[in-house]
Design a protein around this ligand. Structure first.
Ligand SMILES: NC(=O)c1ccc[n+]([C@@H]2O[C@H](COP(=O)([O-])OP(=O)(O)OC[C@H]3O[C@@H](n4cnc5c(N)ncnc54)[C@H](OP(=O)(O)O)[C@@H]3O)[C@@H](O)[C@H]2O)c1
Length: 320
């Protein structure tokens, strides 16, 4: 069941049908229904549903009370792709809670509930014996914290990340000599920045991702919360900040921060430009490992949800 049929919901719907071989190898997995506040509700959607909605169409029926629709559904997995809310994680939190309470696994790309209300959700997960997957909340489909699934026993000492593509793009433009304002307008024209860019340029989007990584690593205290960590964005940054200045998330067991930081030449992260994201893990057995790739986009984020789907229903033969 898909909840929220915007960029990511439609992207996942299309990727699910495009990657037929992968999906078929999972057994009888189907998208049984879609519910989205304005677009409506559709049971057993046809393969061209995302295309129809892209062209301005709606789903077949009116959407009713969505948490209740989730509870009553026969679906085994609920994919939650609604709009992020960094105050209380709603409405996604209520959707996810309804799914978990009714014994359904959850896949979400929504940072709100995972960053802000992780403990409540984890206790439901433990009580109900279901899975909650949220790969798309950090670096879209690009491997990030989920690399840890391949590395049994490995201990993470420290994490550094470039976790917000919009601010990284703006910083790259400023480095090329544009003003902050010009760079922001350019990013908005290219669709990389929202009309209200606050979440991105003031560091909150990266901070939510830093909290999610902290949650995964078990570093869950006040120092890893929005109120307890240092967050400063890139608003009005000028070329005087110097080359190779990045909006860097730094996380360890004792602290977390998101702030613009001038990196040394030779630092791998200093070469991560434009909308790319990166995550570097300092580990006990492997030293430093780094993943670089896209952190947003319709198909890129849909990949994360497909990865999560396989991790719930899979594994795939020969690891494909
Ligand atoms: N886009 C990306 O590249 C990306 C990358 C990583 C993570 N994410 C996260 O993934 C989530 C979805 O992003 P998106 O880009 O797909 O956003 P979007 O295009 O704005 O779509 C959000 C969808 O949520 C639906 N919605 C909002 N409130 C709802 C409610 N109360 N009940 C049911 N549906 C509701 C909207 O439905 P209606 O249209 O029917 O009103 C809309 O279709 C967000 O949390 C975002 O932060 C996005």
């Amino acid at each position: 069941m898909i909840i929220g049929f915007g960029t990511v919901g439609k992207g996942f719907f299309d990727l699910f049908h495009e990657k037929r071989a992968v999906v078929q190898s999972l057994g009888s997995v189907e998208i049984s229904e879609i519910a989205s506040s304005r677009l409506g509700y559709e049971l057993r959607p046809a393969h061209d549903t995302a295309e129809r909605v892209d062209k301005g169409g709606k789903l077949r029926e009116e959407a009713k009370d969505i948490p209740e629709t989730i509870r009553r559904s026969d679906a085994d997995i609920v994919c939650e792709f609604t709009t992020v809310n960094m105050n209380n994680g709603e409405p996604a939190f209520s959707h996810i809670r309804a799914a978990l309470e009714s014994g359904k696994h959850v896949i979400t790309t929504n940072k709100g509930p995972i960053a802000l209300r992780y403990r409540e959700l984890q206790s439901l997960v433990a009580k109900k014996g279901v899975l909650l997957k949220f790969k798309g909340t950090v670096m879209a489909g690009t491997p990030s914290y989920n690399i840890l699934d391949l590395l049994p026993g490995l201990e993470v000492k420290m994490v550094r990340g470039i976790l917000n593509g919009t601010s990284n793009f703006i910083l790259s433009e400023v480095e090329r000599g544009r003003s902050f304002e010009e760079s922001l307008v350019h990013a908005q024209r290219l669709g990389y920045a929202e009309a209200d860019p606050t979440m991105d340029i003031d560091g909150y989007d990266a901070a939510l991702k830093a909290i999610i990584i902290s949650n995964v690593l078990g570093w869950q205290d006040e120092r890893h919360s929005l109120g307890g960590m240092e967050i400063s964005g890139i608003r009005n940054i000028s070329p005087a900040a110097g080359e190779k200045t990045k909006l860097l998330a730094s996380i360890n067991e004792k602290s977390a921060s998101v702030k613009s930081t001038k990196l040394q030449d030779g630092d791998l992260l200093s070469n991560v430009d434009g909308v790319l994201n990166a995550l570097e893990l300092e580990t006990d057995t492997l030293g430093r490992i780094t993943s670089i790739g896209p952190g947003a986009g319709r198909k890129q984020t849909a990949q994360a949800a497909l990865t999560d789907l396989v991790s719930i229903v899979g594994p795939l033969p020969n690891n494909r």
